[in-house]
Design a protein around this ligand. Structure first.
Ligand SMILES: NC(=O)c1ccc[n+]([C@@H]2O[C@H](COP(=O)([O-])OP(=O)(O)OC[C@H]3O[C@@H](n4cnc5c(N)ncnc54)[C@H](O)[C@@H]3O)[C@@H](O)[C@H]2O)c1
Length: 413
C-alpha cells in the first residue's frame, strides 16, 4: 500500500474509532429513569440493583405503606417517594416502571403504567389468573411503542439456556417423557406469616404454583410448549396454617404424545429439584446444578425395532454437559436486557406476553384439582375466575385489597 494511502487509511480508521467511541459514550450516557411500585422484599432489592447499574437511575418509588420506604435507609433521600400510584405515575418523571407488589396488583398497576406511557417490567407472576393477565396483555397491545417485560429471571441461568438450546437444536431427538420434581421451595410458617397478604385466597390468590413455581412453570412451557390435557391433585394447607396449595402433583399430556409429571411442595425438607427429560436419543437430567446427558449410540425407537435381543438397551455415553459461567444472570440480566430493549431495541429475554403461558399451566393444575378431573387447555377462564372468587369471598384475609373480579382496586391505603 502506498504511504499516502496508508496514512489516509490510518486516519480513516482513527476517525472510525473516534466515532464509535462517541457513539458508545452517548449510548452509555442515556440512562433509563425508573420508578418502582411495591418496596417490599423484591422492590427494595430491585432498588439496590438498579442503583448499581450505570445505565439506570431510580427517580421515584411508590408503596401504599409509607413505612416501606424506611427499609431503604438514607438511600430513600435520593428519590421521590409516593403513596399514591396516580401521583407517582404523573409526577415521578420516570421512563419505566417496575411493579413489585403482591400479584393481584400486577395487571391493574401495569395497565396504569402503560396508560401513562411508561415502559413496563412486572415481577412474576404476570397475574393471579389467566383472565386477569389477558386484561393486561390487551392494554399492552395498545402500546406497541413501549417495551414490556416480565421478571422471569430463571430464563437467564446458563443451565436453563443450555437445556433449551439442546432441545431446540434437536440433539435429544423426539421427547418422550418429562418429569420435574421441585420440592426444595421449603417455607416455614414464619415465612407465610411475614406478609398478611401471603397464602390467602383474597390476598395472594394461590400458593406454591403462584408464588414459588412460576419460574419452573414458565421454563416447562419454554422448553416443551404447553400440554393440551392436565390432571392434578393439590393439598391446601397440608403442611402450614394457610388457605392455599402447598403441595401439587400433576400429570401432563402434550399434543405430540409427550407425557409429563410435575410435583411441587413447600413442606418437604431437604426437598429436591430434579428435571428428567427422556428422549429418543437418551436421558438428560438436571439436578444440583449438574447437567448430565446419557446419550444413546442408537435412537431408542430404532433400537426397539431393530434389536435381535430381548433385554439389552442401546449402548450409551455419560456426558457431563458443560455450563458456561456468567457474572450477570438472574434479576440483573433481566433488568439490563429490559434497559437494552428500551435504549437499543434489543430482543427481550422474557417478553410480558409470554408470562400468560406458564400462568395458564399453573391455573390448569389448580382447576383440575378443584374439579377433580382432567382439564383441557386452553382452560375455561370464566370457570377458573368464578371458583377463585368463591374462595376469595370466604377467605380469612379481610383487608380491603383488590378482589379477584378486579372490581375493588383500593387506592386509599
Ligand atoms: N422474581 C423473583 O425471584 C421473585 C422473588 C420474590 C418475590 N417475587 C415477586 O415479587 C412480588 C412482591 O413480593 P415481595 O416478597 O417483595 O412482597 P412484600 O410483601 O415483601 O412487598 C410487597 C410491597 O408492596 C406493597 N404494596 C402492596 N400493594 C400495593 C399497591 N397496590 N400499591 C403499591 N404498593 C403496594 C406493600 O406495602 C409491600 O411493601 C410478588 O409478586 C412476588 O411473586 C419475585
Amino acid at each position: 500500500m502506498a504511504l499516502e494511502n496508508q496514512v489516509s487509511f490510518r486516519k480513516r480508521g482513527m476517525f472510525h474509532v473516534a466515532k464509535l467511541r462517541k457513539k458508545n459514550e452517548k449510548r452509555f450516557m442515556k440512562k433509563v429513569l425508573f420508578g418502582i411500585i411495591g418496596i417490599g422484599n423484591m422492590g427494595s432489592s430491585h432498588f439496590q440493583r438498579l442503583c448499581g447499574l450505570p445505565e439506570a437511575e431510580v427517580v421515584a418509588l411508590c408503596d401504599c405503606d409509607p413505612s416501606a420506604f424506611e427499609r431503604l435507609g438514607a438511600a430513600r433521600e435520593q428519590v421521590t417517594c409516593f403513596t399514591d400510584c396516580d401521583r407517582f405515575l404523573a409526577e415521578g418523571g420516570m421512563d419505566a416502571v417496575l411493579v413489585a407488589t403482591p400479584h393481584y396488583f400486577h395487571p391493574e398497576l401495569g395497565i396504569k403504567a402503560l396508560a401513562a406511557g411508561k415502559h413496563l417490567l412486572v415481577e412474576k407472576p404476570i397475574a393471579v389468573h389467566k383472565k386477569d393477565a389477558e386484561r393486561l396483555l390487551e392494554a399492552s397491545r395498545q402500546h406497541p411503542e413501549l417495551k414490556k417485560s416480565l421478571m422471569l429471571n430463571q430464563r437467564t441461568l446458563p443451565a436453563h439456556r443450555k437445556i433449551k438450546e439442546m432441545i431446540d437444536s434437536g440433539q435429544l431427538g423426539n421427547l418422550r417423557r418429562i418429569s420435574w420434581t421441585i420440592t426444595d421451595w421449603f417455607r416455614t410458617q414464619t415465612y407465610y406469616d411475614s406478609g398478611d397478604w401471603r397464602a390467602s385466597w383474597r390476598g395472594e390468590g394461590g400458593g406454591v404454583l403462584l408464588n414459588q413455581c412460576p419460574h419452573q412453570l414458565d421454563l416447562m412451557q419454554w422448553f416443551f410448549g404447553l400440554p393440551n390435557r392436565v390432571r392434578a391433585s393439590a393439598s391446601f394447607g397440608k403442611f402450614h396454617d394457610i388457605e392455599v396449595e402447598d403441595e401439587v402433583n400433576a400429570f401432563l399430556e402434550y399434543p405430540n404424545g409427550l407425557t409429563g409429571n410435575f410435583i411441587a411442595s413447600t413442606g418437604e425438607a431437604p426437598g429436591i429439584n430434579r428435571l428428567e427429560i427422556a428422549a429418543d436419543r437418551g436421558l438428560m437430567v438436571f439436578e444440583k446444578g449438574i447437567l448430565t446427558f446419557w446419550r444413546n449410540e442408537e435412537l431408542t425407537s430404532e433400537f426397539i425395532k431393530n434389536s435381535k435381543t430381548s433385554f439389552h438397551k442401546p449402548c450409551c455415553w455419560q456426558c457431563n454437559i458443560p455450563i458456561a459461567e456468567t457474572e450477570e444472570a438472574q434479576h440483573t440480566a433481566i433488568c439490563k436486557n429490559f434497559i437494552a430493549a428500551i435504549v437499543d431495541n434489543a430482543d427481550l429475554i422474557a417478553p410480558l406476553e409470554e408470562g400468560i403461558r406458564g400462568l395458564e399451566l399453573g391455573n390448569a393444575m389448580l382447576l383440575s384439582a378443584w374439579r377433580n378431573e382432567t382439564v383441557q387447555l386452553p382452560i375455561d377462564t370464566e370457570d377458573f375466575e368464578e371458583r377463585l372468587n368463591r374462595l376469595v369471598a370466604t377467605s380469612r384475609y379481610r383487608k380491603n385489597l383488590k378482589t379477584a373480579d378486579n372490581s375493588n382496586f383500593n387506592q386509599s391505603f
